[in-house]
Design a protein around this ligand. Structure first.
Ligand SMILES: Cc1ncc(COP(=O)(O)O)c(C=O)c1O
Length: 375
């Protein structure tokens, strides 16, 4: 049984072959077309393809001039990249605990963590469900910017709105397991003209013109470097895998939803916790987490693996991982909801096209083996 399988096949190599027939393999015409497609999909004016969410976030944090002395609020329950990019620029990640039912950052707890040094908040749309972005924007001072971590949520909506409607920018991941993927990649989407101008530079070393544009006029143009940047642009060779996936992502969501609903129905009355979906949320159903008592989690993983069910853990609470624990002195009591969830979480296989027999085997193993352990 496979934990995940992307929807790409050798038929998708056609787009890559077309790029190979052009003189320029990195960011060029194909990427620009995908950026226009993303603008249309999300109803925003600018998009920039990047080579990962992580590097995109670094480019964004540099574009917002965030550094030493600044604070950035992040949820304790997320993947490490969310907090790491804040650490890397010398700013301070200020963790907040999450809602015990949805596992999402809340406007209330986030507002409480704001200080005079707060420059940015990074809400994370965990597992595919969007945070309450309208509530979050209303709860924060106007001077505090918002960067949405949409690594799990490309096609999800909340009250009919996609990410990006109540924030300064949204960043997506096209990593190998994501709902839209090109192996490694991502995109920054924004309608902030000034920020976009800076992002164009911070995405590529801080240079004033990207390589394809430098040679466009047939005459070499000098470039300058006015700010610090990173190397975060996505090659056209990978961008070529995206257009078809973006065009079909909405019609592919019902398959993910049906599979998640099947798990939800099967596990409804068992002694395991599931993440709650808020009313008005359409989740991108990126991952399907279950939660068992922390003392039994590793035995449950072993039982699932023995039965041939591959699983992962998404995620152990970030502040109590060694680096953050040692640097800031966090304990399990610092962010108890996130800690408890992270010590009992198990992510089950979920992908469109997952064979029916595999789905039944996952359900039967949870019901027979996992439940026996945790009762
Ligand atoms: C919530 C979250 N944020 C950020 C990232 C980083 O994405 P990337 O691998 O594209 O850098 C991930 C990756 O899994 C993630 O799950």
């Amino acid at each position: 049984m496979q934990f995940y399988r992307h929807g790409l096949s050798s038929a998708d190599a056609k787009g890559i072959a077309e790029v190979l027939d052009t003189p320029f393999l990195t960011s060029g015409g194909v990427g620009k077309k995908v950026e226009a497609q993303l603008c249309e999909f999300f109803g925003q004016t600018h998009a920039l393809l990047v080579n990962s969410w992580t590097n995109g976030a670094l480019a964004a944090i540099l574009a917002m001039d965030i550094g030493p002395g600044d604070e950035v609020i992040v949820p304790a329950q997320t993947f490490i990249a969310t907090a790491n990019m804040v650490e890397l620029v010398g700013a301070k990640p200020v963790f907040v605990d999450v809602d015990p039912e949805t596992l999402l950052m809340t406007p209330e707890l986030t507002a409480k963590a704001v200080t005079k040094n707060t420059k940015l908040v990074i809400p994370v749309h965990m597992y595919g469900q969007m945070c309450d972005m309208k509530g979050l924007r209303a709860a924060l001072p106007k001077s505090v910017r918002i960067l949405e971590d949409c690594a799990h949520c490309f096609e999800g909506t909340r009250d009919g709105e996609p990410p990006g409607k109540h924030s300064d920018l949204a960043i997506y991941s096209f990593y190998a397991t994501k709902n839209v993927t090109c192996g490694e990649g991502g995109a920054i989407v924004t309608s902030d003209e000034d920020l976009f101008g800076k992002l164009q530079q911070t995405r590529l070393h801080g240079m004033s013109a990207i390589a394809a544009d430098r040679f466009k006029s047939g005459q070499y143009r000098h470039w300058d470097m006015a700010r610090l940047g990173v190397k975060a642009n996505l090659p056209d060779l990978l961008a070529a895998l995206l257009p078809n996936q973006i065009a079909t992502i909405r019609e592919r969501l019902p398959a993910r939803t049906a599979l998640s609903d099947r798990y939800r129905d099967a596990f409804a009355n068992l002694p395991i916790r599931l993440a709650k979906l808020d009313k008005g949320s359409v989740s991108a159903e990126h991952l399907f987490p279950i939660h068992v008592k922390p003392a039994q989690r590793d035995a449950a993983i072993a039982a699932l693996n023995e039965a041939g069910v591959p699983v992962t853990v998404n995620y152990r609470s970030v502040p109590t991982l060694t680096y953050y624990r040692e640097k800031y002195g966090f304990t399990p009591a610092s962010f108890p909801v996130s800690y408890e969830w992270g010590e009992g979480e198990i992510t089950l296989p979920l992908w469109p096209g997952m064979p029916d027999a595999d789905i039944e085997q996952v359900i039967a193993t949870v019901k027979d083996k996992v439940v026996k352990l945790v009762r």
